[in-house]
Design a protein around this ligand. Structure first.
Ligand code: 0O2
Length: 208
């Protein structure tokens, strides 16, 4: 195995395990016939090119990368409602298999771009042949509407590299606010949606 592959392997293991754990948590809610605060979960290990780019941009030396680059392992949890995000945050705090190191609430304090999400940095142990190894991972928790906005903005960023023309920057802020309004409107019919989900889940059975 090449050096980078060896370095990234524990991160890959952490991402795989965390995806399974959060997906199981979702299924546990559904098994009880309850609304799951987790809609779906994705995860990725940062690419080598992206790690190198961030090392240059943030002036991170190779010997401190494990501590100073907190998003080499990344998990993203999507929720239906804003309330669900804070429920997931509480559930993560209660877990004994991960320790919360840092939290950033970009929902109450949206980024200047309009970006909203709740970020948690955790320490998580993976078990390797020579013993346990603590891995730092970033968990981003957001609604489906926040995810839609962030995905589109991320794509647009490939073209503009963060230097948006003024009109696009303005539109992005407007669309971010519209996405948040949508979340607020959805929250107001939350009980109706959850009731419909219970009926749907009962008739559909378990997810695989
Ligand atoms: P990718 O491809 O998702 O991995 P930094 O990582 O240096 O930018 P910091 O302070 O270390 O910033 O972390 P922060 O701001 O808490 O989280 C950075 C990550 O949040 C980004 O990772 C994105 O995933 C997401 N994010 C933050 N701001 C924005 C934004 O304005 N738009 C979108 N679409 N996503 C954002 P990466 O590494 O940039 O990208």
């Amino acid at each position: 195995m090449k050096d980078w592959d060896l370095f990234l392997w524990p991160y890959q293991q952490a991402v795989s395990e965390l995806k399974v754990k959060f997906r199981s948590l979702r299924q546990s809610f559904l098994n009880k016939g309850e609304h799951s605060p987790i809609e779906f979960v994705v995860g990725r290990v940062k690419t080598v090119d992206s790690i190198k780019e961030k090392m240059t941009r943030r002036v991170i030396a190779p010997d401190v990368i494990e501590n100073d680059m907190q998003d080499i392992a990344g998990i993203r949890i999507m929720c239906q409602f804003v309330d669900d995000i804070y429920r997931v945050v509480d559930l993560i705090h209660q877990r004994q298999d991960m320790q919360v190191i840092e939290e950033r609430d970009y929902i109450q304090n949206a980024k200047p771009s309009g970006y909203r999400s709740y970020h948690m940095v955790i320490s998580y142990s993976v078990f390797l042949p020579d013993g346990p190894k603590k891995i730092i991972a970033e968990i981003q928790i957001r609604t489906l509407a926040m995810n839609f906005w962030a995905t589109v903005e991320h794509t647009l960023n490939y073209k503009y590299q963060g230097k948006y023309p003024e009109d696009i920057s303005k539109r992005l802020k407007t669309t971010a606010e519209a996405a948040y309004k949508l979340d607020e409107e959805m929250s107001s019919i939350k009980d109706e949606v959850q009731e419909a989900q219970r009926i749907f889940t009962k008739s559909k059975g378990k997810e695989q």
